[in-house]
Design a protein around this ligand. Structure first.
Ligand SMILES: [Zn+2]
Length: 562
């Protein structure tokens, strides 16, 4: 299982555990706000400021004033009454006084959640509040006792520039960064070091721009803090680093130019052909197009029509050239070039005998946009499959001595998910995989994908392990949100009846992928990798096929009642 890997979840500072009991006691006695002291190692924009004796109060940390402050301020001046006057890099002036919850910022009073304190002539500064005023971030790792003052990622913007896209990542301070490429699927990522994402940008996704499928923003790591911007591309796109760096190679605006012929308005798209295809109970309209096309679709009634408008496109289809096979859904296909919002569009109209469900599948990499009409609930669903782990994260493993070939969770989950993908796809389901090979995808990226594709459900596949070898076997199904419970119950029932494994029940747990997905989400723990009987089953391809079938039947039943 090992689900919580390198994931950042904004959480309040934990009070070191040794303080906790004392704290509770003191609270009982005193009934007022309590602090405890502990050493914290402070890093300021990656620079080690050493161990400092800090005070922990609720979710605030009071840090003794020292040289470290000069790393994030332009100038610091000690003024009368043990107060501090801090000049920020943006010219702002902040004044803090001991035991006063009022800070003076540009001669205006700003309320602090917790006041600075004075002890033995030393001034302690409430670091979260101060960072907020200075436009920096702060995060504390209670496991390692390390605190980080870091830059904030405030925005990511993309705009067209010649035959490419300019991507700007704005940060509150100069930090180091790197830009890398990953394949399968093709993507470019930018890591901003010593950087946290502002909460409102957390998990933001920017939609398609030409060959850029999407841009995702996530916290790759919180200790040390690394903010990551991932650019998913249809194919391999070249880029140039256009960042203006300081003498240390750092920057507060990372700018890259991603080359993409589709970005240029000059390369107009073409809508080349439209064809109808009959499938069991469904009809598919296949529209071939090329270049920088954008489409939108809407319906008109009386007669019922589904309209697909292509912008920035020339219409190359001759009217009346589309043959209509004998069917009871699509009556006629027409084309035209009406003006919409001052722009000539290439329009394809499907006139239907009666209103039916339809969905548009954009496969622009293949130069194809298809509109599927009719079909079952299943045929109109999008399911996100999430094979657990991958890449440098193998997940659980069978003990080396248990089987000839060691079982590795990441391989099994991918195999089962791929089998399930095949079953779903042949039933007409649009399947999106969070990974389709042996590479690492963060939990946040998995969640972002699931939340961004308008999917019907999210199914995460894992293999369990028990601390004691051979100590436990059987199947568990997890869910978190109330909307996910029914899906979990149905899938679990199919798992138990198909696989005949011990029934460990459905359980409500706040796993990252379950807690953060906005659609019905379920996590299946097929069985135990380090149990001899379960392990032997996992080794059998037929068994893995049965697991895929069980989940498939569960999804099918769920959708048919939905
Ligand atoms: Zn797992």
């Amino acid at each position: 299982m090992q689900l919580q890997i390198k994931q950042y979840q904004p959480k309040p500072t934990r009070i070191p555990s040794k303080c906790f009991l004392t704290l509770m006691l003191l609270m009982l006695i005193a009934g007022r706000e309590i602090k405890c002291e502990a050493q914290m190692r402070l890093f300021v924009l990656g620079k080690d400021a050493g161990w400092l004796l800090c005070k922990f109060v609720d979710d605030e940390v009071l840090i003794p004033y020292g040289e470290w402050l000069k790393e994030v301020a332009k100038d610091v001046e000690e003024v009368k009454g043990n107060a501090l006057r801090i000049k920020c890099h943006d010219g702002k002036c902040i004044e803090l006084r001991p035991f006063s919850t009022e800070a003076v910022v540009e001669e205006k009073s700003v309320k602090l959640q917790y006041p600075p304190e004075l002890k033995d002539g030393k001034l302690y500064l409430p670091i979260r509040s101060l960072c907020e005023l200075l436009n920096f971030g702060f995060t504390y790792d209670s496991k390692t006792g390390v605190g980080y003052i870091c830059a904030l990622l405030s925005s990511v913007d993309i705009k067209q520039s010649g035959a490419g896209w300019l991507l700007d990542v704005s940060l509150s301070s100069n930090v180091s960064y790197n830009i890398e490429r990953l394949s399968a699927p093709e993507r470019i990522y930018i890591d901003a070091h010593h950087c946290l994402i502002i909460p409102t940008k957390y998990g933001e996704v920017i939609g398609r721009h030409g060959s850029i499928a999407r841009v995702r923003i996530g916290q790759y790591s919180s200790s040390p803090p690394i903010a990551r911007v991932v650019v998913d591309t249809d194919g391999r796109l070249a880029w140039d680093d256009k960042t203006e760096k300081d003498e240390n190679g750092k920057a507060n605006k990372i700018r890259i130019l991603i080359h993409d012929a589709l970005a240029s308005e000059a390369s107009k798209g073409k809508v080349n052909a439209v064809k109808l295809e009959k499938l069991d109970g469904r009809v598919k309209g296949l529209i071939t197009a090329e270049g920088a096309f954008r489409w939108r679709t809407f319906t008109l009634s009386d007669p019922y029509r589904v309209v697909v408008d292509f912008r920035n496109c020339e219409l190359m289809i001759q009217p009346g050239s589309c043959e209509i096979p004998k069917n009871d859904i699509v009556k006629e296909v027409r084309v035209g070039t009406p003006e919409v919002d001052g722009e000539i569009v290439a329009r394809v109209v499907f006139e239907l005998f009666k209103p039916v469900r339809y969905r548009v599948i954009d496969k622009r990499a293949d130069g194809l946009v298809s509109v599927e009409f009719g079909g079952s609930r299943l045929a109109n669903a999008t399911i996100v499959l999430d094979p657990g782990h991958g890449g440098h994260d193998p997940g659980a493993m069978s003990p080396p001595s248990m089987f000839v070939k060691r079982l590795i969770e990441k391989e099994l989950t991918l195999d089962i998910a791929t089998k399930l993908q095949r079953l779903l796809t042949s039933a007409g389901v649009n399947v999106i995989m969070t990974r389709s090979g042996d590479y690492y995808v963060s939990l946040q990226d998995r969640v972002n994908l699931a939340n961004s594709v308008n999917a019907t459900a999210f199914i995460s596949i894992h293999i369990n392990s028990y601390p004691i070898q051979g100590g436990k076997r059987g199947t568990e199904t997890y869910y978190f949100t109330p909307q996910s419970e029914r899906l979990a119950a149905i899938i679990h029932r199919h798992m138990i009846s198909t696989l005949q494994l011990p029934d460990n029940g459905i359980r409500r747990r706040g796993f990252f992928v379950l807690r953060n997905t906005t659609i019905p989400a379920v996590l299946v723990e097929v069985c135990y990798i380090n149990h001899p009987s379960d392990g032997a089953l996992l080794m059998d391809e037929q068994f893995r096929e049965r697991v895929a079938t069980a989940i498939f039947n569960g999804i099918n039943e769920y959708l048919s009642q939905f």
